[in-house]
Write a protein that binds this ligand. Sequence first.
Ligand code: PEP
Ligand code: MN
Length: 266
Amino acid sequence: NANRKFHPDDTVIELENHVKIGDGSMQIFAGPCSVESRDQICFIAKSVKESGATILRGGAFKPRTSPYAFQGLGGQGIDLLLEAKKETGLPIVTEIMNITQLPLFEEIDIIQIGARNMQNFELLKEMGRSGKPVLLKRGLANTLEEFLMSAEYIMASGNEKVILCERGIRTFETATRNTLDLSAVPLLKQMSHLPVIVDPSHATGLSKLVKPMAMAAVACGVDGLMIEVHNDPPHALSDGKQSLTPEAFRDVSACVRQLAPLAFHW
Ligand code: PEP
Ligand code: MN
């Protein structure tokens, strides 16, 4: 059960290499929107690790709005992520879109359920049976109640290892890609015992806004951040506009680490 009433203690998720999510530490998930090549993912992995990232993100199966946009490298992308894991020791998070892909995720540390699949209930039940840590992203137009019910689907099927991710919601505002709902952070921490992270990259769609929103999220008491980083943002195959350069990420990561001890905690 995701409700704090029935489970007062914080859920702490421990990964293979002893990274803990939800224990009061700040975990930084960083990496490209899409895995594009071996050189790209290994270069970014080493760079973000040096700058303080603790988990590597990268999309292999991509939920793109247009069927003509880059759809990801699929199974090959998963293999490249595992090579980057071998080279850096960083645990991996990557998105699953269909349950038939699950056998490819055996060595993946955290399975991501993207915003567009937050209410794919059959997929959520399968995630429950998989027993793997799951990063559940809030749907584009879902309430916190609905978000927690989706977490409940995973937990009711036997898996308590769920991380909640606020990634911005649809509003009338068009200046940003989405509207970051920061009040969701303390509310989710109050309502549930699950770790909560924020993705300021998809929330804003604009690289210049990633640092201020990341710092605001830290002040609100998140357990982690998910940040898109690309070696050459203007030429990224997806989400270049919101991707940080490795240098910009180094600065954000350092500022986040400085601010973290001052954060509000529910
Ligand atoms: C992603 O993290 O790669 C992604 C597609 O995010 P979201 O599901 O939040 O849009
Ligand atoms: Mn992306």
